[in-house]
Every structure is written in structure tokens, then in C-alpha cells.
Design a protein around this ligand. Structure first.
Ligand code: SF4
Length: 376
């Protein structure tokens, strides 16, 4: 079977939520780490799972404004709401859906993932009334007791789908699931199974192997997905089947989103590469520069540090004769940013001031995670 241009496989047009997602146009809204299930393949990281934390992409959310900021930075055309299980915090989830629609308009496409555990007529009605466009149910392949609940979603005028990881030794159960849902939902999205580096995931202990050293994708997951697509076709089922590969997520969806974020986050002097990474010059205080314990120190920023940097900003601007748009005081990650060219040009002056000077390449995301730091 031929891959499509996004490195995935599909029988019909991609589900609407996926169409935005492959272009990197969706802000990923993680509304809570709470979940009624404990799946052995859960990809949610340890610091999020079970905790009531909120993120918009990589941005820590304290208020709705943080979500708006993130959506604006990447010029988002929609949102994908995930968790945990968003239904564990239904009121919050509905409030965000309503507010996002008010803020960005009716066309702002919102889809949501949920296990079936908390689905009732009432919870679905609330989501529908809030303005949700598409709902995706995460079926439990080892327990069919909630499967029937999927029919409750048909009452509303929205897109309904099922989304599960494609587990190689569960082909029989996945075929049974497709037999069950084919006339109840519009699509099923099968994700290539990936090994996660967290406590909940038990795939390694269960003997699943990754397909190669450079990938988290599990052996035979994509092949099992292709066989399921074949099965659906042979049965003449009308539902669309989309097999979403790890490659689509990493090299298409994520790369596109990073490009969009880079456009919104870059300073006038930043260099942006084809993957959306930013390269810039950075000036750090010696007590707060990348190295051992840096991440921890960033959590305890106090006002004397900021005051020191504000003073330095004025001094450097004057000593190096820089314009307003050539020097930036980064308050999120306390440091000063400037162009690569000016950093190299003025590195001796900066070092004489007792500062650490570097060229950094980093993600355009809210956490500005460094990929490479080269001290000069
Ligand atoms: S995979 Fe989804 S449903 Fe399963 S435990 Fe993780 S967050 Fe919950």
C-alpha cells in the first residue's frame, strides 16, 4: 500500500482534525493529566500523568490568556484537546472550548480525545453545546464494557471517530473493534505504537521492540495497521481508516508547528533554519548559564537577578552601541539576546564584564529548549 504525501496511510479524506494537524496548525491543549485509565502504552510523561496540570504546546498554562498567547504565536487555526482525559475536568474543558470559539471565531476547529469511561449523554451534550467540532474515543481493546457508549455521540452534528495505538499483537481485537464501529463513526485513526520513556508504559517489559535505534516506533505496528486497512476495504466498510505514522508526527506535524512558532517567536536578529530552530547570540550571568543544574535554577529566579540584567542591558547597549531592536532582555529565561554577528563582534567586551557569551540553537517553543550551546 502506498503512503500519502504526509508519510501516513488513508482510505478516505483525512479526518478534519488531522488535516489541520499535519500542517502544524493546531495548538495542543493538554487540559489535565488526570485520567480514569492506566494504559500500558500511555505516552504521557511522568510529570504530567495523574497531575492536574495544563499546557498549551510546551507552555505552562496559569490562565486562559496563556492559551491565547500560544495560539497567537503559532497563528493556530484550531486546537486539539488532550490529557489525561479532558472529561476529568469537564467544566474547564467546556470553558476553554467556548472561550476559544469566542476569541478566534466559529471556524477555529476544535477536536478532543477521551476515553469512554466518563462518557454519558449529559457530558457529550455539554461538549457539543460548548462548540466542540470533532470527538475521538479511545477504545479499550481488552474490555468492551464501555464500547456501546460511542453510539451516544451520534445524536449530535459533529464528527465522530475512534483513535487507538496500533498494537501488533492485538490485531484480532482491533478487527473486532472495526467490525463494531464501522457503521457508528466516520473514521478510525490508528497511531503507530511508540515506546514512551515514562513509568506507566510497560511496553519494554512486555517484550515490544523498537524498529530501529533512531525510532520509538514499535516493530510491526505500521504493518499491522496496513493489514487492518486492507481488512476494512475487503469488508466494504464505509468508515475512513487513517494510519498515522511516527514519521508523520515528527517530521511533518511537529516540524510544521515549529516553523509556525518560529515565525511568531523570532526576534528580528534571529536565524531560523528549515526545522524552525532559532540560532541567536546569548549573554548569561555566570551564576545562571546553561550547564549542570540550569533547569532547576531557572525555577528559582528572584528579583535581584532581573535587576542585575536590566542594568546590564543598559550598559551593553551603550558600550556596544546597539539599537533597541538589536538587544533583547529575555525575562522568561533571564539572559540577553542579540544577533550572532554582534555576539561575535562584541564577545571580548562582554567577557570582560564577567559574562558568559554563547551562540545557541534552540526550539522556538515557550520553554526555548536548547539544542546546542557553544560558549565563545
Ligand atoms: S493513554 Fe490516554 S486513556 Fe490511557 S492512561 Fe494514558 S492518558 Fe489515559
Amino acid at each position: 500500500m502506498e503512503q500519502n504525501k504526509h508519510h501516513s496511510y488513508n482510505t478516505k479524506e483525512l479526518p478534519k482534525g488531522c488535516q489541520y494537524c499535519v500542517k502544524g496548525e493546531k495548538v495542543v491543549l493538554f487540559v489535565t493529566g488526570k485520567c480514569p485509565r492506566k494504559c500500558y502504552f500511555c505516552p504521557v510523561s511522568d510529570h504530567k500523568f495523574g497531575n492536574d496540570v495544563i499546557y498549551a504546546n510546551e507552555r505552562d498554562v496559569k490562565s486562559f490568556d496563556d492559551i491565547v498567547k500560544e495560539a497567537k504565536v503559532m497563528d493556530a487555526k484550531g486546537a486539539g484537546i488532550t490529557g489525561g482525559d479532558p472529561l476529568m475536568k469537564l467544566e474547564r474543558t467546556c470553558e476553554y472550548i467556548t472561550k476559544l470559539k469566542e476569541m478566534f471565531g466559529k471556524e477555529f476547529h476544535i477536536h478532543l480525545y477521551t476515553s469512554l469511561n466518563l462518557v454519558t449523554e449529559k457530558t457529550l451534550q455539554q461538549l457539543y453545546d460548548a462548540g466542540l467540532d470533532e470527538i475521538r474515543f479511545h477504545f479499550d481493546l481488552d474490555d468492551t464494557k464501555f464500547w456501546d457508549r460511542v453510539t451516544l455521540a451520534r445524536k449530535h452534528d459533529w464528527d465522530v471517530g475512534v483513535e487507538i495505538p496500533c498494537i501488533p499483537n492485538k490485531e484480532k481485537e482491533m478487527r473486532e473493534m472495526i467490525d463494531f464501529i464501522h457503521d457508528k463513526v466516520q473514521f478510525v485513526n490508528l497511531n503507530e505504537l511508540e515506546v514512551a520513556d515514562n513509568e506507566l508504559s510497560k511496553l519494554n517489559e512486555m517484550g515490544y521492540k523498537v524498529k530501529d535505534r533512531l525510532s520509538y516506533g514499535v516493530q510491526d505496528s505500521v504493518q499491522a495497521g496496513v493489514r487492518l486497512i486492507q481488512y476494512g476495504k475487503e469488508k466494504g466498510y464505509s468508515l475512513g481508516i487513517h494510519l498515522c505514522t511516527a514519521k508523520l508526527k515528527d517530521s511533518v506535524q511537529l516540524a510544521n508547528r515549529l516553523q509556525r512558532e518560529a515565525e511568531g517567536m523570532k526576534k528580528p536578529f534571529d536565524l531560523v533554519d528549515s526545522e524552525g530552530m532559532l540560532t541567536r547570540g546569548a549573554v548569561y550571568l555566570p551564576e545562571l548559564c546553561p550547564g549542570f543544574g540550569y533547569r532547576e535554577k531557572l525555577k528559582e529566579i528572584d528579583s535581584p537577578i532581573m535587576e542585575k540584567l536590566e542594568k546590564l542591558y543598559d550598559e551593553i547597549k551603550e558600550d556596544c552601541q546597539l539599537q533597541e531592536n538589536e538587544l533583547f532582555l529575555d525575562r522568561k529565561k533571564p539572559r540577553l539576546l542579540l544577533s550572532v554577528k554582534n555576539t561575535k563582534l562584541y564577545k571580548e567586551i562582554l567577557k570582560e564584564m564577567g559574562l558568559k557569551v554563547a551562540i545557541v540553537t534552540e526550539y522556538p517553543t515557550a520553554d526555548q529548549l536548547e539544542m546546542e550551546v557553544e560558549f565563545l
